[in-house]
Design a protein around this ligand. Sequence first.
Ligand code: SF4
Length: 480
Amino acid sequence: MTDELHEECGIFAVYSPKAYPAAEDVYYGLYALQHRGQESCGIVVNDDGIFHSHRGLGQVSRVFSGEELGRFPEGSMAVGHVRYGTTGGNSMSNCQPMEVNHQKGKMALAHNGNISNAFELRNKLELSGAIFHSTSDTEIIAYIVTRERLKKPSIEEAVLSAMEDLEGAYSIAVMSSAKLIIARDPLGFRPLCYGKKEDGTYVAASETCALEAVGARLIRDVEPGELLVFSGGEVTSYREHCGKKERKTCIFEYIYFARPDSVIDGVGVHAARLKAGEILARTYPVIADVVVGVPDSGLDAALGYSRYSGIPYGIGFIKNKYIGRTFISPSQRERSSGVRIKLNPLRETVEGKRVVLVDDSIVRGTTSRRIVHLLREAGAKEIHVRISSPPFISPCYYGTDIDTKENLVACRHSLSEISEMIGADSLGYLPLDSLPELVGHTGCCCACFSGEYPTRVPEVTSKERFEKRLSEICYKNITK
Ligand code: SF4
């Protein structure tokens, strides 16, 4: 794990009563979801039951040149995916959407989230003869849906049945030769919504910002546990898995992962971040001259802090907009200059000033230390760090890379120790009990901050658990 956190994935799908250049919409939708995953991406277009696909490693603009997009035929349905892997490495075999050809037809599957009982399920399936080509948990979903399809009369019933076996986080889009299906796990960890364009095309996406990117209007969020089928020009909702469990939307979507112009389950991400800043100002007031945020997700909370406290808001850093395309992950030795390449402090905002610096989280503390150092170099007189999330004390099993306690500085150090380590004059985290205030309800997962998990905690959790599975880990589990 690096000092930066990553979301697992983003999904995007379209369904139209008639053929149109569907790949183009998916391209722009994925582009809007790029922040959710930059390791790989892919598009599958359904042209009258024939699937055309392209996948590759890297960002959307790199994988889909104009030429690649032009090769797609028109189609009435398409699914797309951007990936940051939290189960399985970054290889072509783990790129999505995943495609399956089986006795009952074809299927393309795109998944956002992490199946928390994946190791257990895969062991069971392999011991009964299943063969897997990838090391991602998505193939486990594909396998179970395919197996259920042999027993059930329709693809939607197969997916509903597969949902009985799956635990953890999954927002999925499944495309068969005749139908598009989208579904959200019964706890609703990851967001999923759908909307409609003026021409009647239905669009489903991980975030509302992607609907807007293609000119679609939000209809609503998919309910936790709900499955929607787009077929014959109509949308049908199946709610067998709804309401059986308490909603547990990831609170960190609001704090960090999602784009601020998205709305998740009726709550604006920007508004939630403003509220976090307001709570920080209320809880940890300080006498200062300027409030600055760390781009991007610290900016909204900094504005909230400024508005509540009355301390002027300033632009403290300039972020290199092109970093995503040009930046090669730095070696340990180069990390320090890497922060400066990404972010450069604006001397005129901070020189000689008492600064409130707002960021979204502290993982190991190394990035925070460098950012504080940059502000000192730019002449800041005092630096009061305010964090718009509570301290991380536990790993996440639902699709992010918060993975070991050893990497989480708050597990090993007190508030004052962390403050000293990062070189701040004071430090304040968002109080754990204020999290419901961000969204106006208590139906959120806060496990990485509280240690209280809404599902069983998986036995084997490393990202590479399936790469290693024929070695010791697997042997131990099978022979228990
Ligand atoms: Fe989100 Fe944390 Fe829960 Fe993971 S553990 S789903 S990051 S709140």
